[in-house]
Design a protein around this ligand. Sequence first.
Ligand SMILES: Cc1cc2nc3c(=O)[nH]c(=O)nc-3n(C[C@H](O)[C@H](O)[C@H](O)COP(=O)(O)OP(=O)(O)OC[C@H]3O[C@@H](n4cnc5c(N)ncnc54)[C@H](O)[C@@H]3O)c2cc1C
Length: 487
Amino acid sequence: MAALRTDGQPPLAADVVVAGGGNAALCAAIEASLRGARVLLLERAPEYLRGGNSRHTRNIRYLHDERTAYVTGPYPREEFLDDLLRVGGSATNTPFAETTIEESRRVPEWMARQGVRWQQPLRGTLHLSRTNLFFLGGGKALVNTYYDRVLRLGVRVCYNAAVTGVEDRGGAGCAALAEIAGVRRTIPCRALIAAAGGFEANIGWLTRYWGEAARRFLIRGTPYNDGTLLAALLERGAQPVGDPKGFHALAIDARSPQFDGGIVTRVDSLPFGIVVNREGRRFYDEGEDIWPKRYAIWGGLVAAQPDQTAYSVFDAKAWGRFIPPAYPPYRAETIPALAAQLDLNRDQFLATVEDFNRGAPAVRRIDMSRLDGSATSGVAPPKTNWASRLDTPPFFAFPVRPGITFTYLGVTVDARTRVLTASGAAMPHVYAAGECMSGNILLRGYLGGFGLTIGTVSGRIAGREAAAHAMGRDAGAAAGAVDRVRA
Ligand SMILES: Cc1cc2nc3c(=O)[nH]c(=O)nc-3n(C[C@H](O)[C@H](O)[C@H](O)COP(=O)(O)OP(=O)(O)OC[C@H]3O[C@@H](n4cnc5c(N)ncnc54)[C@H](O)[C@@H]3O)c2cc1C
């Protein structure tokens, strides 16, 4: 690795430094800039890969009272909170969750003011057309719109710029420690907003909790979220939040790239058939609950299997009923011919299918929109819904591995997104938004489209609070001002 140079560079300074270049960082930069702060945004990725995991997104969950041209019905506060409590259980920080939900009501209007446009709801396996708003052009269009916006607001953006730490300078503010295009820089500022994602791309860090299994994990999003700044903040005394082993992880096609495969690698066939590991055995109830509430547990389940590999096996009755991943399935006219293509214990696999078919009803049409109660009998583990014999050729299989979306370990913040230390005091001048603080709201479980809700709400709060702090204004006054600011 080339030695870092520190000399000969023009000085950099700002009122507010934003570390990160995804949704949370961009929302924070917009808000801070709208309040008159000089903002410097440091994005670790090169320009053509800017936008972190946010550039893979497609929709945002939000509170609304009625059907519009873009959502098929209302999504009231009680239902939103109930959904959240059901996936997060007692691990949900309810007051924080309530604030985030309430603030989400205003998010679409704010996004539209920044230039984001909507599209008709997409139909698909996750059934989000009532609760979530889909933005036109997906995540790339979203982040491109926001970059365009911040540049027009006068935010200075540096790419290939990794923030590695923060230095407290007392009354004078702080300094962001960064490496920009291989050059070490110390950037004086009044406030720093950490919006640099989780540590999901840091396989070494993941092995601390998952052991060698983590080496076979695939990362659905950006390779740049390696937790460098998160680690630096924790080292400086920030109070951790969230289960270090916790993550949002799906079953994705085992042939996907190590990083950045995005949405097209997701395998949604799992509830339509059976899932077997390399020993040829089933290991979980594939019909436990409707898919939107269960898809995100399968990454963890597959992570616990030998070689972190499994196969989703189904028959012709399911083909065409879900959006397939970018890779073709293995396909054969008989189960033994399919088994011959898979890297698993074939005898055990054949016995598993036979056993399953003995205990499963002969259902012709699987109805995924509801828990249909079509269950196996005398099969362990049971399949409690959508059980249907594998009896209609051709037969198919997708190989799957854990696809990690983002990690839950983060830094504790207060309602103003100030990073807190173990004693509960605010770390001077440091704020956090997005994935790196989402554990304050949801310590486990996940609701589709809530990552952007958290990032947009917390990013906006962090932006206005950091700007108020940097400019010597009372932050409490800024807190109520967010909706009075019009672009
Ligand atoms: C395939 C996929 C699909 C998804 N779909 C959806 C969806 O439809 N809806 C939804 O709500 N959520 C979705 N998510 C989750 C969503 O992407 C995240 O919850 C959300 O985008 C997080 O935003 P963020 O700004 O916190 O992090 P990110 O968008 O990941 O941004 C982090 C940024 O920090 C930068 N960075 C990292 N380290 C440093 C450093 N040291 N210094 C400077 N910069 C650094 C990175 O380059 C990146 O730009 C999806 C995720 C994936 C992977």
